[in-house]
Design a protein around this ligand. Structure first.
Ligand SMILES: [Zn+2]
Ligand SMILES: [Zn+2]
Length: 331
């Protein structure tokens, strides 16, 4: 793993260049700054927390996480399985606790990300470095190619789900309520926690933490890890990201077969994937069906891979990474 300083050294200069070009997204800069200020206040409120509130904040990590991974990502953005209305309702509510924009907008950006990975039309193009792919993309105005790609693609299927329409109509107020206020109301009502202590810890601190867990998929899992399924693509197999993002770090496989509900080749005993376990458990009781897999598509290429290996044909070379290009310039 190469954490070359070149990746971070240019951030102030790049930020200044964007400022000069009038390219900064001020509302988002203020919002993201406030999110982090509230999270820091949450750190200071930790010693005042009851055990119940700490547990509640901890549990809200996988709960809100599933609203992103099994919910907006695998169900709505990729349509990798189908689910009963009750499951979709629970996932929509969990997704609102995660407060990462509406299901409609998240899915739109994500489909564009898959179609145009690592180009200017990719909302969080990882060739622009770790910080841009992680959170920098939220702080500047979208590249015109991203806007055009979003306009040219069809997302009408998303609006056929009344739950998606409901959440979109109430955006952002419902998500802000579910993210910050609801956790505090639950804690103060059921175990008498101070409202603002729970607001800061189970709301603000947990929210900011889960945001970074999600962002790691776009940054770390696009830059660090193995590429067993597609050596030419940036997305990588990253176990650490899978841990933080409850099973979304098997990203080389995921970009190869985005329709695969598991977002990983192997089962949960060898690849950490609570998001898949959640979907499988619901399938056992008939609330989820039509789970798609990429295994047969991958197996079809096996004969060609073995023939190439037997004939001594090497795998294609991986594209140069941003820090390698930067390092060459410095030399
Ligand atoms: Zn990706
Ligand atoms: Zn995806």
């Amino acid at each position: 793993m190469d954490f070359s300083p070149q990746m971070f050294r240019n951030i102030p200069k790049v930020a200044y260049d964007h400022y000069k070009e009038g390219n900064l997204n001020y509302p988002m800069i203020i919002y993201v700054s406030l999110v982090h200020i509230v999270a820091v206040a949450g750190l200071f409120a930790l010693p005042k927390c009851s055990k119940e509130t700490l547990l509640w904040a901890f549990i809200l990590w996988p709960i809100s996480g599933l609203g992103i991974t099994s919910g907006v990502h695998r169900l709505w953005a990729h349509r990798s399985y189908e689910a009963h209305f009750v499951v979709r309702l629970v996932l929509m509510l969990a997704n609102s606790i995660a407060n990462q924009g509406s299901i409609y907008h998240w899915s739109r950006d994500h489909r564009v990300h898959h179609k145009y990975s690592e180009t200017h039309a990719d909302p969080h193009n990882a060739t622009r470095g770790f910080f841009f792919a992680h959170m920098g993309w939220l702080l500047i105005k979208k590249h015109p190619d991203v806007v055009k790609a979003g306009r040219d693609m069809d997302f009408s299927d998303l609006l056929e789900d009344p739950l998606v329409v409901f959440q979109k109509k109430l955006d952002p107020w419902f998500a802000l309520y579910m993210c910050y206020v609801m956790p505090a109301q639950v804690a103060s009502h059921f175990w008498g926690e101070d409202f603002w202590t729970a607001f800061l810890v189970a709301g603000g601190l947990r929210y900011c933490y889960v945001l970074h867990c999600t962002w790691l998929v776009n940054s770390a899992a696009h830059l660090y890890g193995d590429h067993p399924y597609d050596v030419l693509s940036y997305p990588a197999e990253n176990p650490l990201v899978s841990w933080f993002a409850i099973g979304e770090g098997w990203h080389n496989w995921h970009h190869k077969y985005p329709f695969d509900y598991s977002a990983s080749e192997f089962g949960i005993s060898s690849q950490f994937n609570p998001s898949r376990l959640f979907i499988d458990m619901l399938a056992c009781v008939g609330l989820v069906w039509n789970r798609k897999r990429g295994l047969s598509a991958w197996a079809m290429g096996k004969a060609r891979r073995e023939r190439d290996a037997a004939n001594g044909i090497p795998l294609p070379k991986a594209p140069p990474r941003p820090w390698e290009v930067e390092a060459k310039k410095v030399e």
